[in-house]
Design a protein around this ligand. Structure first.
Ligand code: ZN
Ligand code: ZN
Length: 395
């Protein structure tokens, strides 16, 4: 893609005040060939944005049926799992004396915690539940799912009893060599009256070709006395989609695309851009809706990724979403295939929160746990226990 004079002029017109020019120059050097032009999306420009992804097929334009049944045109790209623009891991420390370098991170109550040996050792205090015991108290060795079988038995909602009390990690080596993920994303977006949760199709895809997922099903994970840490880049591996992010961190900077008020890190499943949390001047826009989006004159509607500690890259999707599939070239009917590979099988907290008219993080905070406390949550949210149970059961 070539950068037109008009686009360049627009970019410079939006550069921050002179004191922060070095930052702006650094931004330009990261993506010298691209500036994002949301009004003028083409397959060519998207090919350019995904130039560092491990592409197996596409990008191309295909017919698709979106989540609410609208027949439309979608952008389709098939990418390979695994290492891309940054190294993967580590996730689980091996002993209770290991430092933060040997482990990844955990997200709780809006905070990012280093998963070092001491964190694992302290879990029963951290979660106020004496049943936590992920390590051998005599040797300090941590129970880690360090084989394919253990990963397969533990990295799912219904963890087999023998794999409870484990720090869960799966390695990229466990994936089939030809495993790939196909994203089919509406172009242009078709906005809905009410937003959708990200749990069915995920949040989107980063420009490095890796999945920006829905929130990690923390209640399922913790309820089984497992911890499935994310690496310092906010991602971990499951055997379906491979490596995927539950947090947007600065690891995505390298493949980000410069825009007039921040860097775009990827494309949401509804076809809108996902920008970094902060604009180039370091501020977070104050007018974000509960999905994390807002409208600007130059970029139209777009999202800003949530804070890493929030375990929500996007709060929801305002437009109809497309499809994520492990079958290359499969036809996309998002209205038929609810519950993509990222679906947890447990309660759909995002959808329940939407039903109840509260934010998902407020719902999760109120539920607490594990185990979740319905009585406390209901009184905290000003609902009856019955209403709460119905909302959680419906999904
Ligand atoms: Zn995950
Ligand atoms: Zn913005």
């Amino acid at each position: 893609m070539t950068v037109s004079i008009a686009v360049l002029a627009r970019m410079y017109a939006h550069l921050p005040p002179k004191t922060t020019w070095p930052v702006a120059v650094a931004v330009l050097s990261i993506s010298p060939v691209s500036t994002l032009d949301a009004q003028n999306l083409t397959v060519e420009s998207l090919t350019d944005y995904f130039s560092q992804a491990n592409i197996v097929d596409g990008p191309t334009l295909v017919d698709c049926t979106l989540s609410a049944g609208t027949k439309s045109t979608c952008f389709q790209i098939t990418v390979k799992n695994g290492p891309s623009s940054h190294a993967l891991g580590p996730w689980c420390p091996e002993t209770t004396t290991d430092t933060a370098e040997a482990g990844g991170i955990w997200l709780e109550n809006g905070e990012v915690y280093n998963v070092d040996g001491a964190f694992i050792k302290n879990l029963s205090t951290f979660y106020e539940d004496e049943h936590w015991q992920l390590f051998d108290s005599s040797t300090g060795d941590i129970n880690v799912t360090d084989t394919y079988e253990k990963c397969a038995g533990a990295a799912k909602p219904d963890v087999e009893p023998e794999f409870q009390q484990h720090c869960v990690q799966c390695l990229n080596d466990y994936m089939d060599d030809d495993a790939s993920v196909t994203y089919t994303i509406p172009m242009p977006p078709v906005v809905m009256d009410a937003p959708s949760p990200t749990t069915a199709a995920g949040s989107g895809v980063a420009f490095n070709g890796l999945r920006l997922d829905a929130p990690a099903p923390v209640s399922d994970i913790l309820g089984n006395y497992t911890l499935a840490p994310f690496d310092d880049c906010g991602g971990h591996i499951n055997l379906h989609v491979g490596y995927h992010y539950h947090a947007a961190t600065d690891c995505l900077e390298e493949t980000a695309v410069a825009t007039e008020h921040g860097r775009a890190i990827g494309l949401a499943m509804d076809g809108h851009w996902i920008m970094e949390r902060e604009s180039d001047d370091g501020s977070v826009p104050s007018d974000l809706d509960r999905c994390g989006g807002h409208v600007t004159n130059e970029s139209g509607y777009h999202y800003h990724a949530g804070e890493p500690g929030s375990n929500a890259i996007l709060g929801c999707l305002v437009a109809q979403y497309g499809c994520v599939s492990e079958e290359p070239g499969s036809e996309c009917d998002a209205s038929a295939s609810r519950g993509g590979p990222g679906g947890s099988g447990g309660p759909d907290f995002a959808a329940a929160a939407r039903t109840l008219g509260v934010s998902e993080s407020a719902l999760m905070d109120a539920l607490g746990g594990p185990p979740p406390d319905l009585d406390r949550a209901a009184s905290q949210l000003g609902l009856s226990v019955d209403e709460l149970q119905k909302a959680l059961a419906r999904h």
